[in-house]
Design a protein around this ligand. Structure first.
Ligand SMILES: *[C@@H]1O[C@H](CO)[C@@H](O)[C@H](O)[C@H]1NC(C)=O
Ligand SMILES: *[C@@H]1O[C@H](CO)[C@@H](O)[C@H](O)[C@H]1NC(C)=O
Ligand SMILES: *[C@@H]1O[C@H](CO)[C@@H](O)[C@H](O)[C@H]1NC(C)=O
Ligand SMILES: *[C@@H]1O[C@H](CO)[C@@H](O)[C@H](O)[C@H]1NC(C)=O
Ligand SMILES: *[C@@H]1O[C@H](CO)[C@@H](O)[C@H](O)[C@H]1NC(C)=O
Length: 221
């Protein structure tokens, strides 16, 4: 191996490890439609970019009701303990984030019983401290969730339409295949025993072919 190749091996391994580590945490956006009187998970994920560095994080959630212009603090999570300073959310919020660790990457919370008044904007702030050997480094990340409270979950028209189209297509194709088989069978049997015997082997293939192919076979015979 040349010197360049020897250098490339650890580099490739490092890249592989980095991609694997990164793959362990994915920053998925939160859902935004909550059904009234049901539970709802407010998602907030902030991946630690340097997986190997020890870190601690705190999470703080604020809420701005629809029509208002200021955020108020509703939930904080620090040192494995949560605090709900807002009476609108007393006994209604549960931690759904990283468990049994101060090195949080998931700061999601769960609203136990959604009310119409929960409509509005939620803000999640991740405050992370990375501990290097000789110094500490602070980072923060902010995620916004615009929550929409709905009477029940409705599927989008597009999704329903595409499912209907799928069934129409499948059934349509099968009906067409059967019609085609009958058509070919009649045409072939009309040509008498001999022709039928000859084309018996071809029958299955013909059945799945198009009309033109069928006509062509019939003509050549
Ligand atoms: C949720 O709250 C509504 C009224 O605010 C109540 O009628 C309902 O029973 C509650 N549901 C649960 C599961 O707590
Ligand atoms: C989130 O919290 C709720 C209420 O405590 C619980 O029912 C649910 O299983 C939790 N979900 C996850 C993914 O932890
Ligand atoms: C929603 O807000 C209105 C006005 O602030 C209040 O009167 C009502 O009790 C609230 N409803 C719930 C379920 O918290
Ligand atoms: C973030 O954490 C640092 C150190 O723990 C603290 O000084 C700072 O006030 C925190 N910021 C927020 C918004 O919590
Ligand atoms: C987040 O970090 C930036 C610098 O990266 C700092 O200016 C800002 O004050 C921080 N915000 C909070 C809420 O800690």
């Amino acid at each position: 191996m040349s010197a360049v190749q020897l250098l490339l091996v650890p580099l490739a391994l490092w890249a592989l490890q980095a991609s694997l580590c990164h793959g362990a945490c994915v920053e998925v956006d939160s859902d935004t439609d909550a059904v009234v009187n049901q539970g709802f998970k407010l998602g907030c994920i902030s991946c630690k970019m340097r997986g190997e560095v020890p870190a601690e994080a705190t999470v703080e959630w604020s809420f701005m009701p629809k029509g208002e212009s200021e955020f108020t603090k509703i939930y904080s999570y620090e040192d494995l303990m949560s605090d709900i300073p807002d009476e609108r959310f007393y006994e209604r919020l549960d931690w759904n984030g990283s468990k049994k660790t101060k090195d949080l990457q998931d700061g999601s919370i769960y609203i136990l019983n959604v009310t119409w008044n929960d409509t509005g904007t939620y803000r999640c702030i991740f405050n992370r401290t990375l501990t290097f050997t000789s110094y500490e480094f602070h980072t923060n990340a902010t995620k916004i969730v615009n929550l929409n409270v709905v009477p029940r979950l409705t599927r989008g028209i597009a999704s329903i339409l595409s499912e209907v189209m799928m069934y129409v297509t499948i059934i349509g194709l099968q009906v067409w295949l059967v019609v085609e088989m009958i058509y070919c069978y009649r045409k072939i049997s009309a040509q008498g025993e001999e022709a039928l015997r000859e084309s018996a082997a071809e029958y299955l293939a013909i059945a799945s072919e198009s009309k033109e192919n069928c006509a062509m076979v019939a003509v050549t015979e």
